[in-house]
Design a protein around this ligand. Structure first.
Ligand code: BJ8
Length: 426
């Protein structure tokens, strides 16, 4: 999507991408990125790194993966927060969160999946069927998980096209569920060791726990700065940082986010903000916003509001909780990983009260004036949970707006009107 000096077409051809379609995708995403991000005022300098990695999203980063694999490395693609990056890295492989945030090849997707499937799942299949995602094609193994029914069944179809392994995720969080999830982690270790030919040792696992925690700590710093009034960074840039965290090189990304956090903390000390004075502050909760889904943030921030937090998998659920670093043996560390990962609050779980608590706590910590509850259409779990989210937020004395949407631009006008009215009311 940048005007790259290097021609990556030979690499993309080697990966079997549909080159004309892929060019069209990069052009579309590049145009969207320019219109969404480069038109913002007073961005922190540290966001230049995000511009750079986005400019090279299918270029330099793919080249890194390509070279890594040519040297014998393995790349593992994941679709959900419950799959521990620590285990993948401890086996010497690289973990890439596969994004699924744009409408693509829906005509082909709808020959396999019902039309009324959520946009995230359709996009996941569309990128594969349309042959436009180099991350997918670089993945030696994809890891799916039994979260919602749609994903679970779509993995059966995706598995016919690519090497895919599914982890069974419990739907409750009792002690026996944690024990079961731990046993799934043990099975995953065997799978990863078979893939890579490497053995996960206590040393490699301890190092990867530390490394991934460092990435989370850097994102915690960036996001803590958003509590300041005025907030020093836009919601769009903060969301982008988490989206990039899923696929960027871990130590490099951590370093750059700490640099960004230094700048944000200085901005806070100097009272420098990005949004106009008095801009209404919004917390968004709901389904994840995979790259390049920036739709709702753009609507809110174009309407003069500012997003100060995301209670979602591309937000706080990704970085808020750390894995305990005290474990000395693999057995201890597996306990710690199982406990941490099963503590993520996804609507696929029942009950999921932790999410309700998080929404209210975050709204208070981040000085939000209101909450937007965001669901992708046809996502039953989040749509049903929306009732409880709205009631909890109202009971806490905060206004809430509920939005159901997809990845298309068709409802942008209508959503903008609703968001503007909501911001005015705050
Ligand atoms: S931990 S939120 S990443 S499952 S939007 S595909 S739930 S129908 S994405 Fe998710 Fe893991 Fe949970 Fe997070 Fe299904 Fe809903 Fe679609 Fe969803």
């Amino acid at each position: 999507m940048s005007d790259q000096a290097v021609d990556y077409h030979p690499m993309w051809a080697e990966l079997g991408l549909d080159l004309p379609m892929h060019d069209a995708l990069l052009e579309a995403v590049g145009g969207m990125y320019g219109a969404t991000f480069m038109t913002q005022n007073n961005r922190p300098e540290g966001t230049g790194y995000l511009d750079f990695v986005m400019g090279e999203v299918h270029g330099l980063r793919i080249k890194e993966l390509h070279d890594f694999r040519k040297a014998g490395g393995k790349v593992v693609g994941t679709y959900c927060l419950y799959v521990p990056e620590e285990l993948i890295r401890a086996a010497g492989a690289w973990s890439i969160g596969i994004c699924a945030g744009a409408e693509w090849a829906y005509d082909q997707v709808e020959q396999i999946l019902p039309r009324n499937t959520c946009a995230l799942i359709k996009s996941m299949m569309g990128f594969k069927l349309g042959k436009v995602c180099p991350y997918l094609e670089e993945a030696d193994l994809l890891i799916g998980e039994t979260t919602c029914d749609g994903k679970k069944k779509a993995y059966e179809e995706l598995g016919k096209l690519q090497n895919l392994y599914v982890m069974e995720l419990p739907q409750m969080k009792r002690a026996k569920d944690v024990a079961f999830w731990r046993s799934e982690l043990v099975d995953l270790i065997a799978k990863l060791e078979e893939l890579t030919g490497n053995t996960i040792t206590a040393e490699s696992l301890k190092a990867s726990i530390r490394e991934v925690n460092d990435k989370r700590r850097a994102l915690q710093r960036v996001n803590a700065a958003r509590a300041a009034v005025p907030t020093p960074i836009s919601g769009l840039d903060s969301l982008l940082a988490v989206q990039v965290a899923f696929y960027d090189d871990v130590p490099r990304f951590t370093k750059m986010m700490n640099t960004l956090a230094d700048e944000l903390e200085k901005r806070v000390a100097d009272g420098i903000g990005v949004a106009p004075k008095g801009a209404k502050r919004v917390l968004i909760t709901g389904t994840p916003m995979a790259l390049p889904n920036w739709k709702l943030h753009q609507i809110v921030e174009t309407a003069g509001g500012v997003v100060v937090g995301e209670e979602m998998c591309t937000g706080s659920r990704y970085f808020e909780k750390l894995v305990d670093e005290g474990g000395a043996t693999i057995e201890d560390m597996l306990d710690d990983l199982a406990a941490k990962y099963l503590d993520i609050n996804c609507a696929c779980f029942t009950p999921n009260d932790g999410r309700l608590d998080d929404v209210v706590r975050m709204a208070r910590e981040l000085n939000a004036d209101g909450v937007i509850d965001y669901s992708l259409q046809f996502c039953g779990t989040y749509q049903i949970e929306s009732t409880a989210v709205q009631k909890t937020v109202r009971d806490a004395g905060l206004p809430v707006l509920s939005i159901d949407t997809d990845y298309s631009a068709e409802d942008v006008g209508q959503l903008s009107t609703r968001v503007e009215a909501f911001l005015e009311m705050l």
